[in-house]
Design a protein around this ligand. Structure first.
Ligand code: ADP
Ligand code: MG
Length: 546
């Protein structure tokens, strides 16, 4: 709405603040497309199992080595609004299905590149969007036809799907093990709701602990709290645990006293200390009275309170993370209580076993055989912190991959096979539509071919030869054919075991279309004047604090 309009013959009316810059029409479009293409170029070389790694160095010099598209985009500090939009869409892809981030960015870049060519041929951006939309609809419809159904007990195929997703992670020898952990974790939390399978990622806890190797990572049936039992005289193992979750300190806030009381008489001092002890004992008594034998406290536990808890035979853990408290509540059925006076027997949770175990150098408390058997944990082990982090990202992806699969229990061929198949189907149908839209549909089809092309390029193969062979296969209706980059051969991806959840591909297509359309619709960029460095620090301190 805000415009700087020339008011007749007089002075121009200035509505935008001084220093505001503005780009309009074709210039704005060109500029946005260029920015998005740069982002696409940047992540392109990481696509597929033969993709390269990137080293990311942040403003304080921390280094991350990864080829995970989502991580790269997350760490990239970009300025351009269109580039930011593309990154947002890719991140949304990552949070919704956990995979296909790089593919979305590469595909969007390609859609925009072709759109620019069409716009140069005087085709209006909205016509390009309409054509892309039609192509997308055909692709989504045909995707269902290429997809094959899978059963939950078909572990062999499940493993191939998860392995395809993990193939591009630098886990080396541990890939198989991580895949098994992800599959078994998801299989143990899967539920049936209204005849549909459902798995909630919140039910899987990932705990990282340095030491040993990735191969010694394990699935634990329950919750792990990365803290030790607070007092040596407390039991280290409690069966039939009745668990109290308390978000209040077993302490007396010192300020309450020191601010008001000045003690001169030594006898008074003793009285005062006795009073403190009495209050702490009262707190513990409340826990004992309701019958708890395990306490997880989100806050601190005073030495004296520890002593009383130990005397009552209670296993207690202090300073438990809020997120762990919530997981414990869900797993054991306990309610988190914020006031000792509120605590009642009803609030207690149950676990068959609560036990402190030594893992590497540290002690951790395991809460097992819970009320909600759907709570599981993966204990990740690795010798280096960097390895642990990359393993966590991979495990997360593999878990998300399984969850995406479970949503509709269907899979499609990878290695660019699905993209080739959809491209050939769009080409077949495009002639039914008016000229300009048709051109946009063909551009969509060509953009899809960028996936097998990039996979081949990244593997050092001849993209032209491979695409020619792939087109020929798909022309004949052999829609499983893609490029298997480890062997360097064009083959049936179903047979080669390079397969992916249909949900991931579906989301890739939708997200790439959305991102491209969003960027194409912009014909005006109005940017406020940039603040001077000094001002910026003051106004957005949080961005600079870490
Ligand atoms: P994204 O972030 O998009 O998931 P990846 O780097 O994980 O990017 O690469 C995914 C692509 O790699 C998919 O198209 C998938 O089919 C393909 N892919 C995985 N394994 C193989 C393989 N062995 N041969 C060919 N392509 C593969
Ligand atoms: Mg991937």
């Amino acid at each position: 709405m805000s415009r700087a309009v020339g008011a007749g013959a007089g002075q121009p009316v200035l509505i935008l603040k001084e220093g505001t810059s503005r780009t309009r029409g074709r210039a704005a479009q060109r500029n946005n497309i260029a920015a998005a293409k740069i982002i696409a170029e940047m992540v392109k070389t990481t696509l597929g199992p033969k993709g390269m790694d990137k080293i990311l160095v942040d403003s304080i010099g921390d280094v991350v080595v990864t080829n995970d598209g989502a991580t790269i985009l997350d760490k990239m500090d970009v300025e351009h609004p269109a580039a930011k939009m593309l990154i947002e869409v890719a991140k949304a892809q990552d949070t919704s299905v956990g995979d296909g981030t790089t593919t979305v960015v590469v595909l969007t870049g390609e859609l925009l590149k072709h759109a620019e060519e069409l716009i140069d041929q005087k085709i209006h951006p909205s016509t390009v969007i309409t054509g892309y939309r039609r192509a997308l609809d055909i692709a989504l419809r045909e995707l269902e036809k290429i997809a094959k159904p899978i059963k939950l007990d078909d572990k062999k195929t499940l493993k191939k799907i998860v392995n395809t997703s993990l193939g591009s992670k630098s886990l080396g020898f541990a890939t198989e093990h991580i895949a098994d952990l992800a599959i078994n974790a998801v299989l143990s939390i899967v539920e049936e709701r209204d005849g549909k399978l459902y798995a909630d990622k919140e039910n899987i806890q990932i705990v990282k602990k340095m030491g040993k190797s990735l191969l010694e990572s394990e699935l634990v049936n329950g919750i792990i709290v990365d803290k030790e039992v607070v007092h040596p005289a407390m039991p280290k193992r409690v069966t039939n645990a009745k668990i109290a979750l308390i978000n209040a300190p077993f302490e007396i806030e010192k300020t309450e006293f020191s601010a008001e009381i000045r003690i001169r008489d030594p006898l008074k001092m003793k009285e005062f200390l006795d009073e403190e002890t009495r209050i702490l004992k009262e707190m513990v008594d409340k826990v004992v009275k309701v019958g708890a034998n395990v306490v997880f406290c989100q806050k601190g536990i005073d030495d004296i309170a520890q002593f009383f808890l130990a005397k009552a035979g209670i296993l207690a853990v202090r300073r438990v993370k809020a997120s762990d408290m919530e997981k414990l509540a869900k797993a054991t059925g306990a309610r988190i209580v914020t006031d000792f006076d509120d605590l009642s027997e009803k609030d207690l949770g149950y676990a068959g076993l609560v036990e402190e175990r030594k893992i590497g150098e540290d002690k951790m408390v395991f809460v097992q055989d819970c009320k909600n058997p759907k709570a599981v944990s993966v204990l990740l082990r690795a010798g280096l912190e960097r390895q642990l982090d990359e393993a966590e990202r991979a495990l997360n992806d593999a878990i998300m991959n399984m969850i995406s699969l479970i949503r509709d229990m269907k899979y499609v061929p990878g290695g660019g096979a699905t993209e080739m198949a959809l491209a050939s189907m769009i080409r077949k149908e495009a002639p039914k539509y008016p000229g300009k839209e048709q051109l946009a549909m063909l551009a969509f089809a060509e953009s899809l071919e960028m996936i097998p092309r990039t996979l081949s390029e990244n593997a050092g193969l001849e993209p032209v030869e491979i695409l020619t062979e792939l087109r020929m296969r798909h022309e004949k209706g052999e829609h499983g054919y893609g490029v298997e980059v480890l062997s360097g051969k064009v083959q049936d991806m179903f047979k080669a075991g390079v397969i992916e959840p249909v949900k991931v591909k579906e989301q890739v297509l939708k997200s790439a279309f959305e991102a491209a359309a969003m960027i194409l619709r912009i014909d005006d960029v109005i940017a406020a004047a940039r603040k001077k460095p000094g001002e910026e620090k003051k106004s957005s301190s949080s961005e600079y604090s870490s």
